[in-house]
Each structure stands twice: as structure tokens, then as C-alpha cells.
Design a protein. Structure first.
Lengths: 151, 128
């Protein structure tokens, strides 16, 4: 089931790669099947990273060169949607030659399903150095806490 | 002697390069020079390094996502924390006059052409 277990260990980077594969497998629920709204596409814009901690879920969208006011961040029925438009900065003039055009240009939309314990009423978004950060706090009731033992 | 050589070889074993991100770019040339635009989200202006070594232009910068409060990654499309990309420059570009600005994670680099390489009109002087 895990052919990678048969490989000799000892290479730290190979170990990381293996771990990454394992995480991918867990994230996508095994090979071939992934969340219907988060099918990994190469080069989807903006690229997303998601992390969690005790208090909140944090979504980082790598969306450089966009007026933060024009980004639409919405939460509805447990789905976080980021959408907007990026226009190419300079129009190629008559006497100019374009050698490379790799940067994304046009309308974008990305959707993430939020965990059950997230609190949609307190979502906050900020934009810095071209990265949009969306913080979705966890419900108070879902936060980890210490329970006092009485006697 | 022999053992020493072996030790050196072990010490110099090439390290696997750290994975880096290749920033997407737009490159446009006009009469005055070349404009390069690169997407570098998460880069602070103070940490962006633009180096010119001979004819090679290298962009390098760490990607930072602010304070990491023991965040556990659950999903990641960006999996390296360093941008790096190099370009070979042609000889008609003036590498001493490069102008760079970074705004909202977008770098704009202007590489002007040398004066003698710019298209120009030659004025004909009339002798008195």
C-alpha cells in the first residue's frame, strides 16, 4: 500500500518529499479524488495556502498587483469565495515588442470550503505586499480549552 | 593523504539546492529599453535583491507571510519560501541605469538602452 516505505531512508530531502506526498494524499483523500471545489490546477490564480492554529483558520492568497478594494471576499454557507480582476499593467504600444507574458491577466475566482467550527461572522481580510490574508476565527465553543478538575 | 582527500570529498558533496519559486514575468521592449514586470507576492522591499553580475540579472527575495503564530499548514500551493530568477542581458542595455520599484508584490524593472544604441536622428548643422 505504501511503496515508499520500502525505499531506504537516510536522505532528509527525500524524507520531506515523502512526507509531502503523504500529506497530499491525506488532503486530496487519496489519488484521483479531491474536493470538488479544490481540484488542484497548475497555475490557478491566486495560489492559496491554508493554515490553522488554535484560534483561527488563515487563508493566504498570492494576488500581487491588485487594488485591495476590488477584491471580493465573501462567506456563504460554509464557503469562502475570493474573486476579482487583474488587469495587465502596461498596454503594449505600437513600437514595442512583447517577449514574455507569463503573468496572470483577467478575472479570477477561488472557493474554499470552511471547516464546520469556523465563525463566518468574524472573518477579517487584509492585504500586504501582494498577499491577501483572510482570518476565519473558530467558534468560541470549538476552541481548545483546559478543563478544571474539581473534587 | 588518501583519507584526507576522501574527507574533503564528503565535505564538498554538492548539496541539493533549496527549492525556489520562479516568479512569472512580463517582458516588453520599446525604443528606449526593456521593461520587466515580475510577480513577487509576500516580498518586502527591504529584502528584495536585484543583482547584476556581468550580463546576468538575478532577482532574489525571501517570501514572508508575517508572524507565524505556530500555524499548521493544511493546504499549500506555494511550497517554497524563496524567489529566484535570472536573466541574460544583451550588451546594448545600460546596466548602470536600472530603475526598480516594488508595489503590492509586483516588481517593475526598467532597463534602458545605452545612448548609442537608441534609435536617433542626426542633426545636420549648417556651416556659417
Amino acid at each position: 500500500m505504501y511503496p515508499s516505505m520500502l525505499k531506504p531512508s537516510g536522505d532528509l530531502f527525500a524524507d520531506f518529499a515523502q512526507l509531502q506526498d503523504r500529506i497530499d494524499e491525506l488532503m486530496t483523500g487519496g489519488r484521483g479524488a479531491s474536493s470538488i471545489r479544490a481540484v488542484a490546477r497548475a497555475g490557478a490564480f491566486p495560489a492559496l495556502n491554508v493554515g490553522t492554529w488554535a484560534e483561527a483558520l488563515e487563508v493566504y492568497a498570492f494576488a500581487p498587483g491588485i487594488d485591495p478594494k476590488s477584491i471580493d471576499v465573501s462567506v456563504e454557507k460554509g464557503l469562502l469565495t475570493l474573486s476579482g480582476q487583474r488587469k495587465s499593467a502596461q498596454e503594449a504600444g505600437k513600437n514595442s515588442t512583447v517577449y514574455a507574458k507569463e503573468r496572470f491577466d483577467g478575472a479570477f475566482r477561488r472557493v474554499i470550503s470552511l471547516p464546520e467550527d469556523s465563525d463566518p461572522s468574524r472573518v477579517e481580510a487584509s492585504y500586504r505586499n501582494g498577499v491577501l490574508k483572510v482570518v476565519v476565527p473558530r467558534l468560541e465553543a470549538a476552541k481548545p480549552r483546559q478543563i478544571q478538575v474539581n473534587r | 593523504m588518501n583519507g584526507e582527500t576522501n574527507q574533503n570529498q564528503v565535505a564538498q558533496r554538492p548539496q541539493r539546492p533549496e527549492p525556489t519559486l520562479l516568479p512569472p514575468v512580463d517582458i516588453v521592449e520599446d525604443a528606449g529599453g526593456i521593461t520587466l514586470t515580475a510577480d513577487l507576492p509576500g516580498v518586502d522591499q527591504s529584502e528584495l535583491s536585484i543583482g547584476i553580475d556581468g550580463r546576468t540579472l538575478t532577482l532574489e527575495a525571501p517570501l514572508r507571510l508575517g508572524e507565524a503564530n505556530s500555524l499548521v499548514s493544511v493546504y499549500a500551493e506555494v511550497r517554497a519560501n524563496r524567489y529566484q530568477r535570472s536573466f541574460e542581458l544583451s550588451s546594448e542595455l545600460d546596466t548602470t541605469q536600472v530603475d526598480a520599484s516594488l508595489k503590492d508584490g509586483v516588481l517593475t524593472l526598467r532597463l534602458p538602452k545605452l545612448e548609442q544604441a537608441k534609435p536617433r536622428r542626426i542633426e545636420v548643422k549648417v556651416g556659417s
